[in-house]
Design a protein around this ligand. Sequence first.
Ligand code: AMP
Ligand code: GLY
Length: 432
Amino acid sequence: MSTQQMRILLVGNGGREHTLAWKLSQSEKVECIHVVPGNGGTAGVPKCQNITSVKDNDFAALVEHAKAHHLNFLIPGPEAPLVAGITDYFDENAPSIMVFGPSKQAAQMEGSKTFSKDFMKQHRIPTASYENFTDYGAARNYQDVVSHRVVIKADGLAAGKGVIIPKDNREARHALQSIMREHEFGDAGNSVVIEEFLEGDEISILSFSDGKTILSLPPAQDHKRIGDGDTGPNTGGMGTYAPTPLVTKEQLEEIERMILKPTIEGMAAEGFPFRGCLFTGLMLTKTGPKVLEYNVRFGDPESQSCLPLLKSDLAELMQACCDGTLASKSIEIAPLSACTVVVAAGGYPGSYAKGTPMKVQAPREKDGMFVFHAGTTLGEDGQLKTNGGRVIAATATGETLREAVDKAYRGVEGIEFEGMQFRKDIAQRALR
Ligand code: AMP
Ligand code: GLY
């Protein structure tokens, strides 16, 4: 495989997948990339083609497509196929195709919050104190007696909506009622975690791993709320910047030693080694960094800021994760800052229109300015239209964070569609 050209099957249609396709296409090792289903951005990436004739959740059809087109490398972008076991399915049915992604069991680190909390407790990885519940009465009793402010999390995947941060006991009761009794998130709410509310700055770290070694990208900060000043409802993420100066070099070393390494070693020791990109969400609290969550895939929109800073060949790093040879690689990062501003459809994260015509001025990449598409489609007539809540993002790199931020907002000026909204304060916490 190491000398063979990579013919890639990339599953997903978000900004993360456009960024991955863009970065992978720059590698001499990469011959072609089939994106299922892709978006209006991946449609224009060199070596890339969108495949809409195959459903992204039909593993048998994906294997068939991969075999028919001699594809030899699978990258599942989002968590859903990983948690559903796409890696195990390919290992069994197409063993010659390498998969950059964890097994179904390892994907439980994202797929089940009770599983990941128990894992952290077992391996003494710093995280918020917690209890797991399957019984509504027991959960309510605990909630009534616990002395600290709590966060309530539905166990399973709930499209980013399963975490509730109640203001008071009344809201907490209401949350338990709707998750456990009214099954607001379906089976995802059969168990819940009730954990301690943590205060501090939140950061995200994306790390490559082959199950033994880890190599991390620069730490990023996401902006989850829809509104400026972190107001309004949660979203998938409205903007990122990296590296964030909110975490010091010493803190990063501590995170590596106390959290990232023990996570990878613990997973290997338990018989489910992690292969792929591990996303660790952390809160920098007064008593040290603590894990908020693991995701078993690249972040979105963290990837849009972190991957333009990566100087190393992404395809080679991914291959080394699959070969088990990551220890022989290093990760080269440009000494720059990056900022990404997500532009969303009016109404998002509530209901929003699709199919709105858009105009996008593609900036010059030589100037360190990029546009990464998420919810867009390119019609046969060449008309770009909106097709999702988070529609598109402007990213820029710069010598300083200030420069990256200013350039990213200049990039936003080249994006136009009715109802568009974006946050005006991305990275402000670091610039103040
Ligand atoms: P999660 O999906 O677990 O990352 O939770 C979504 C968001 O809820 C996180 O990005 C945090 O902003 C917030 N959150 C989760 N757990 C906690 C906690 N224990 N304390 C404070 N905020 C939290
Ligand atoms: N930006 C948060 C995530 O990818 O889950």
